[in-house]
Design a binder for this molecule. Structure first.
Ligand code: CP
Length: 304
């Protein structure tokens, strides 16, 4: 495939190949000299129509570690503000001889649309409420690193499932790798179709924590809510917030994950986010190796 648009479109074998390639790049990133020449002479544009800290910096670092030439585009400081369309914007960037485009956009399907109209490789860095494939890959890679394997593990995805592209990509990825998956949150934030994806649904946070090996905790995405949903942030923190006191009631250790950004004191308290249970910064570290692997495999270059 020339693009990475979503986890739904790729196979378990594709995911395992990305993981094996990321293992090699993680070794490279632990060396004093972290740079390899694999993407020399390849130019990558990071085109972001939505805000980002982790994904944008992680892709840029991955590209630079692979020796690619990198240009960054942010819609808020661009001619999109003067009314230029997505296709015109990207075609103008491609006219400057860009080979690969990493794109984040608020509209579900925007990278799929682009992939049908331009020659470059397209990597989806998050499209609205739809998919965030590299986040799911780095999440599953981090579970594999922490627990040895993803197959057979019980993973609970907690929070605002309705507005979360991370949830959907994680469900596709974890199911392809043989994990058992549960979603947990208020009924108002769990979409009706979710059962069709072969996941368990639980509305009680304590029961979900008792069931799982790994809790992947998500943020309430206020910016995507068209109407004001129950619960409010305060109500959410009371009924669904995860804190040390709650984890101490479990008779086992579980792994805590979060894609970031964290709303501390809402979905996750600092006494959990910063504890030994948490692999949150490990996820961020793994993001660079995963993105190097995706860029490398899509570029089709031979030598590492
Ligand atoms: N996890 C994630 O996508 O974070 P950013 O929005 O900061 O990129």
């Amino acid at each position: 495939t020339r693009h990475l648009l979503g986890i739904k479109d790729i196979t378990e074998e594709d995911i395992q190949l990305i993981f094996q390639t990321a293992d090699n790049f993680k070794d490279v990133l632990n060396r004093p000299i972290k740079k390899v020449p694999s993407l020399r002479d390849i130019t990558v544009a990071n085109v972001f129509f939505e805000n980002s800290t982790r994904t944008r910096l992680s892709f840029e670092l991955a590209e630079k570690r692979l020796s690619a030439d990198v240009v960054n585009f942010s819609s808020s400081s661009s001619s999109v503000k003067k009314g230029e369309t997505l296709l015109d914007t990207v075609n103008n960037i491609l006219a400057m001889k860009v080979d690969m485009v990493v794109m984040r956009h608020a509209s579900p399907g925007a990278p799929h649309f682009l992939s049908k109209h331009v020659k470059a490789n397209i990597i989806n860095a998050g499209d609205g409420t739809h998919e965030h494939p590299t986040q799911a890959l780095l999440d599953a890679f981090s579970i594999r690193e922490k627990l040895g394997d993803v197959a057979g593990k019980k993973v609970a995805i907690m929070g605002d499932i309705l507005h979360s592209r991370v949830a959907l990509s994680n469900i596709f990825c974890l199911k392809k790798l043989g994990a058992e998956v549960m979603v947990c949150g208020p009924i108002t934030l769990i979409p009706k179709f979710i059962g069709e994806l072969g996941v368990k649904v639980e509305y009680d946070v304590k029961k979900a924590l008792e069931w799982c090996d790994v809790a992947n905790v998500l943020r309430i995405q206020l910016e995507r809510q068209q109407i004001k949903y129950f619960p409010s942030l305060r109500e959410y923190s009371i009924y669904y917030g995860i804190n040390k006191q709650l984890l101490d009631t479990l008779n086992k250790e579980i792994v805590i994950m979060h894609p970031g950004p964290i709303n501390r004191g809402v979905e996750l308290n600092s006494d959990v986010a910063d504890s030994d249970h948490s692999i949150i910064l490990g996820q961020v570290e793994n993001g660079v190796a995963i993105r190097m692997a995706v860029l490398y495999l899509l570029a089709g270059v031979k030598e590492v």
